[in-house]
Design a protein around this ligand. Structure first.
Ligand SMILES: [Fe+2]
Length: 326
């Protein structure tokens, strides 16, 4: 069996052949282009250039005007920049003993052009954190259409460099990420998981990471198939949004990491989101949840979209320490 890539890390093994990877990528690219064409064909060139691809985009200027008029805007921007590191220790019956204490750092929804300079804060945190593997679950920029600018790619490259971990950096795509980013990611020190999986091995024991394409706008059977077919006794799903939680649970995943919701971003004083974009239920909007024994975590993400503000909601980098129940 060929390996996907030669790596200096003898404990990282990929489980598909190089030819298979190329075929998968080509199939993904064709599907993605087709779905993006369908998604954006109803918008004019002007709308796409201005990033007006949802009803909210038209309401947004009035919302921002209202915030500025009420002097809440600056505080909201300060809140949005004030991200934290949140730590979770998660216990599992079936975690392979060699992975007891294994640390996964999870970042999502960077939306780097929404808050210029936020990469400095993220890099500072990544510099002081210890972790074994880093995972990113999509939405690297604000607009959802077209090519990528250097004001996204340069800070993204800095962040990926800073996120280097012994077992690597694995990334998936979100609904703001078009197929163009795949080309840029090949030049960055990360491995993209587009409906693919890798296994990390320690002392002959393995855990499996499965990354899917964004299920909200770009769901295909390949994503479901990737979840169903992945082998391993301990499996972690990396998906942009919570939407595939039932499929992952049915496929016996132990952990499901996602974002997309921004934990509401603009919330009431009790932390309840005013708008949440998860159709499957409010319990998936933020933080830890459980479904039929599978642990899930919906991160608020590091960045923001729409108005560059947060109220009663804190952005975060999340570090999970995996523990085996004794
Ligand atoms: Fe998203």
């Amino acid at each position: 069996m060929n390996t996907v890539q030669e790596t200096e890390r003898d404990h990282l093994v990929s489980v598909v052949s190089l030819e298979e990877v190329k075929d998968q990528h080509q199939r993904w690219l064709e599907n993605r282009r087709r779905l993006e064409n369908i998604r954006f064909s109803r918008f004019s060139e002007d709308q796409l250039r201005q990033g007006k691809t949802s009803r909210l985009d038209y309401i947004l200027p009035y919302f921002i005007f209202g915030l500025k008029a009420s002097f809440m805007y600056r505080q909201g921007v300060r809140n949005a920049r004030n991200i934290v590191i949140r730590e979770h220790e998660l216990y599992f019956d079936d975690l392979p003993p060699a992975f007891d204490g294994y640390q996964v750092v999870h970042l999502t929804d960077l939306h780097l052009d929404s808050l210029p300079g936020i990469e400095d804060v993220i890099c500072e945190y990544l510099d002081i954190l210890r972790f074994d593997v880093a995972v990113f679950t999509g939405d690297y920029r604000l607009h959802a259409h077209g090519e990528y600018n250097d004001n996204v790619l340069d800070p993204l490259y800095r962040i990926f460099r800073m996120a280097q971990a012994p077992d690597g950096v694995f990334v998936t795509l979100g609904n703001h990420d078009t197929h163009h980013i795949a080309r840029h990611l090949t030049e960055m020190p990360v491995q993209i998981l587009n409906n693919q999986h890798v296994q990390i091995e320690r002392n002959s024991e393995k855990i499996t990471l499965v990354g899917t394409d964004d299920p909200q706008c770009y769901l295909t059977n390949d994503a479901i198939h990737a979840l169903k077919q992945a082998e391993g006794d301990f499996k972690i799903a990396l998906v942009h949004s919570p939407e595939l939680y039932q499929e992952a649970s049915q496929a016996d995943f132990q952990l499901y990491l996602c974002g997309h919701t921004h934990a509401g971003q603009v919330c009431l004083p009790n932390g309840s989101p005013i708008i949440h974009n998860v159709s499957q239920g409010k319990h998936l909007v933020k933080g830890l949840w459980n479904h039929n024994g599978m642990t899930g975590y919906t991160s608020p993400g590091c960045g923001v979209s729409g108005a560059p503000v947060r109220y009663f909601s804190r952005g975060e980098i999340t570090r999970f320490t995996l523990r085996r129940k004794s």
